[in-house]
Design a protein around this ligand. Structure first.
Ligand SMILES: Nc1nc2c(ncn2[C@@H]2O[C@H](COP(=O)(O)OP(=O)(O)OP(=O)(O)O)[C@@H](O)[C@H]2O)c(=O)[nH]1
Ligand SMILES: [Mg+2]
Length: 178
């Protein structure tokens, strides 16, 4: 099947907008984070993302940010799944605090990001999602990927919005846009 990329923003805006690429295993909560950033309601029902969705979202009065939301099934074929009109300014690598295997997958995702054009020079942040969940299965000591890879790390909840404001601050700090 050919990758699908749906974009709902003018090409002239897309070229100038700060761009974020969000990857991680299926069901870690990437699309839920997009909804939280756009002020849309949280969906309990899981609907897997097919292909790549490009979401504009506004924060402040400057250009909208563009967020590339890749379905977890893009694992192994990230390079074919990203829109090529603009190199991302920031990579967001997400795992699920209730699912250890999503943490184990991070090395593979990072390798794919590094292999993208310009990939190794693009800032990357690690996100542990579902901090609200009572089913949290990962002990702090088990979360080692950011230490090995020297990445900034944040625990967030796409459901409650916990620490999403700090993430927005980080977008601004990294891309220089608000
Ligand atoms: N408790 C809790 N559940 C969450 C959170 N974020 C997402 N979920 C749930 O996790 C499931 C998967 O969320 P999605 O946002 O669709 O996951 P995804 O990473 O976009 O999945 P793919 O599109 O398949 O790659 C859904 O049932 C969400 O309701 C969170 O912060 N807390
Ligand atoms: Mg999704």
């Amino acid at each position: 099947m050919l990758p699908t990329v749906s974009i709902r923003v003018k090409p002239s805006v897309a070229r100038r907008s700060p761009t974020l690429l969000l990857v991680g295993d299926s069901a870690v909560g990437k699309t839920s984070l997009v909804a939280q950033l756009k002020g849309a309601p949280f969906q309990t029902k899981y609907i897997p993302t097919v292909g790549t969705d490009v979401h504009p979202f506004s924060y402040g009065n400057d250009l909208p940010y563009l967020l590339y939301d890749l379905g977890g099934s893009a694992k192994g074929s990230v390079k074919n799944m990203i829109p090529h009109q603009k190199t991302p300014d920031l990579y967001l690598l997400m795992f699920d605090l209730t699912n250890k295997s999503s943490h184990e997958s991070l090395a593979g995702w990072r390798k794919e990001l590094r292999n993208l054009p310009g990939g190794s020079s693009i800032p990357t942040i690690l996100l542990g999602n579902k901090s609200d969940s009572t089913e949290r299965r990962m002990d702090e000591k088990e979360i080692t990927f950011h230490l090995k890879e020297r990445l900034p790390y944040m625990e967030i909840s796409a459901k409650t919005g916990e620490d999403v404001q700090s993430l927005l601050d980080y977008f601004f700090w990294t891309t220089g846009h608000i």
